[in-house]
Design a protein around this ligand. Structure first.
Ligand SMILES: Cc1cc2nc3c(=O)[nH]c(=O)nc-3n(C[C@H](O)[C@H](O)[C@H](O)COP(=O)(O)OP(=O)(O)OC[C@H]3O[C@@H](n4cnc5c(N)ncnc54)[C@H](O)[C@@H]3O)c2cc1C
Length: 380
């Protein structure tokens, strides 16, 4: 393997890999990024009018229970003690997510204790009589019962996938977290928060090394013929695009974001409000100032930045957000991965290169593991 490394994509996976190659193996690395910024989908920037930090590709909250990931990433940023909570609007009423005792009691208009709620839901599940779920709808009902499914999962899922849940594979939902306590923390991980001085500064520090060169606004297609013949290409873009779609395109879901600055101090009282019903075509509204209540001035300003998130169909050329990991697409991905493995000089990484949804901590863990294997190969 050649030690001339070129990384395609300055997202989290590519940035971690570049940092490791530069700092641990003392190798020069060039990153080519087709966008005008580093950070990939984790990118954030300060809104020039309000000073509010906005997550440009949707809300990003860091959470992990992996000590090696926490130890690694905290070399480059401090995190706030932000704890994520999510609310959802259904039939004009606001409920707490993920489903917890407050949600159950509000939907059924009861005051169950935890034990009563457990027994009640077991009866609801038994009543649905689904022994062997065949699709996502049956899978969800077999986990939480029909009324909770119909209120909070059915229409939200239909909006996300543009497809009725009964026509979706059951594998999309392997578990549906519900709690019979009033714990409304969205994540249960040991470490959680958002970078104290922003994702943009986290990425600046990750990539701030004399061995790292970054070329923005530069797609792989533009430079691939100029790379040395013995270059090792670490590729975090779409694998089907890399292979000229020779077996056909991989399926993804896309998103559209619609931004607005509103003349109120607090638009919705929380960072994320989901919309569970079909009469609203977006799935959620993000209000970014709530990620940083400690930033007093933007937080108290009589303006706020909100962003409506709309699920969208994907076709090559649009942003790919969520892989559609059914059996057929996974097989197609394997064909592409095998094609790339025929050349020693391409390493696939990241959510696009691996056709897999990764949270940020899993992205870091995967990049670190790939680096460790590479290091063994290079230095033995
Ligand atoms: C809406 C949404 C919300 C999320 N929220 C959270 C959250 O709250 N918490 C969490 O832990 N995770 C969250 N994630 C997951 C998180 O975004 C990923 O873990 C992370 O972005 C993966 O990093 P990556 O480097 O693999 O991919 P990306 O961030 O997509 O980076 C890939 C980079 O490669 C570049 N690129 C692609 N092709 C080419 C090419 N041909 N030439 C040059 N450059 C190229 C792209 O422009 C991009 O910058 C969320 C994801 C989504 C979609």
């Amino acid at each position: 393997m050649s030690a001339k490394f070129f990384i395609i994509g300055a997202g989290l996976w590519g940035a971690v890999m570049a940092e490791r190659l530069a700092s641990q193996l003392h190798l020069p690395v060039t990153i080519f990024e087709k966008r005008a910024h580093i950070g990939g989908n984790c990118h954030s920037q300060l809104d020039p009018e309000t000073g509010i930090e906005c997550h440009i590709y949707g809300s990003h909250i860091f959470h992990t229970s992996l000590p090696e990931v926490w130890h690694y990433i905290t070399q480059f940023t401090e995190f706030t003690n932000y704890r994520h909570t999510v609310l959802t609007k259904h039939n004009g009423k606001i409920y707490s997510m993920p489903i917890n005792l407050a949600t159950i009691n509000a939907l059924y208009n009861r005051n169950f204790t935890p034990e009563e709620a457990k027994e009640f839901l077991q009866r609801e599940i038994a009543e649905a009589k689904i022994a062997a779920p065949q699709n996502l709808e049956e899978q969800a009902i077999s986990l939480i019962g029909r009324p909770l499914y119909e209120a909070f999962i059915k229409n939200y899922t239909q909006k996300q996938w543009a497809c009725a849940p009964k026509d979706l594979p059951k594998e999309i939902i392997t578990r549906l977290p519900f709690r019979t306590s009033y714990n409304c923390n969205y994540f249960t991980d040991t470490w959680q928060g958002v970078p104290k001085d922003g994702y943009f500064n986290l990425f600046k520090r990750l990539l701030d090394h004399p061995n790292i060169t970054i070329e923005l606004n530069t797609s792989y297609a533009k430079i691939k013929d100029q790379l040395p013949k013995d270059a090792t290409v670490i590729y975090t873009g779409l694998v089907d695009e890399l292979c000229n779609y020779q077996y056909g395109p991989l399926a993804w879901r896309s998103l559209e974001f619609s931004w607005e600055t509103v003349n109120v101090c607090d638009y919705q009282g929380t960072a994320v409000l989901n919309y569970a019903d079909l009469d609203v075509s977006y799935t959620r509204i993000h209000e970014f100032k709530h990620y940083h209540p400690e930033r007093i001035e933007p937080f108290n300003l009589a303006k706020s930045v909100i962003c409506r998130e709309y699920p969208a169909n994907f076709s090559p050329g649009l942003e790919a957000y969520y892989p559609v990991n059914n059996a057929q697409n996974n097989l197609l991905y394997e064909r592409y991965a095998e094609e790339c493995a025929k050349t020693q000089q391409i390493i696939l990484g990241g959510r696009l290169g691996k056709y897999k949804y990764f949270d940020m901590d899993k992205t870091i863990a995967d990049a670190l593991n790939t680096f460790n294997a590479l290091q063994k190969e290079i230095v033995g």
